[in-house]
Design a protein around this ligand. Structure first.
Ligand code: FE
Length: 201
């Protein structure tokens, strides 16, 4: 199996945001799709380890902000590669507004946002799929949506040219595991992707 085949799927990248009584949080997903148009419903799939997952479980509401090709790696670092459990991912971040559902959405380097109210959930083991009624949404710019393919080619940080490290590099975020053998159950400490997303360097 060539794992790179998965990157050819034409999925976009989204900031998935939610809240609890006193905190806003968000993470990055590539798993949002419209599942029916009448009623208008979307599905998002989120890793159970994400703080955002717990918030959606508790409140049943979320927003997705569609990341555009204007976005740079800092957006992914902020929302994708840290946990909201022990940090405030929104600290010092002005590129956001609050939707009618009380949840923030990202206005900077995105081209639309869509609000969801959970209608049902499907337990997928490591992840939960939330199927939601669309309750609101707006177009924010006409910049094209950043696909996963576009992210890999244009947004992801390139490894330094004279890097001397040996081992395995995470294809998602660039983290390098220094060692001769990458354990099969290894999980990237930065982006939480598994051993299948590493390549030997
Ligand atoms: Fe990684």
């Amino acid at each position: 199996m060539n794992g790179s085949a998965m990157y050819k799927l034409g999925c976009g990248l989204y900031v998935l945001s939610a809240k609890d009584e006193n905190k806003d949080n968000a993470c990055i997903i590539n798993t949002a799709i419209q599942v029916t148009s009448s009623p208008n419903r979307i599905a998002v799939t989120v890793n159970k380890n994400n703080y955002t997952h717990q918030m959606i479980k508790n409140t049943g509401v979320f927003n997705i902000s569609v990341i555009s090709e204007k976005a740079d790696f800092s957006l992914f670092k902020r929302f994708g590669f840290s946990s909201g459990l022990n940090t405030d991912k929104l600290e010092g971040f002005d590129g956001r507004l609050r939707g009618l559902n009380g949840v923030i959405y990202v206005t900077e380097n995105t081209n639309a946002y869509i609000s969801g109210k959970v209608e049902r959930e499907i337990d997928l083991g490591t992840h939960t799929m939330f199927i939601a009624d669309v309750t609101d949404g707006e177009v924010l710019s006409e910049t094209p949506t950043a696909t996963y393919d576009y992210y890999h080619k244009n947004i992801k940080e390139k490894p330094p040219v004279n890097e001397k490290k040996k081992g395995y590099r995470c294809k998602i975020c660039g983290y390098v595991y220094e060692g001769d053998e990458l354990p099969a159950d290894f999980v990237c400490p930065i982006c939480k992707h598994g051993a299948e997303d590493f390549e030997k360097i």
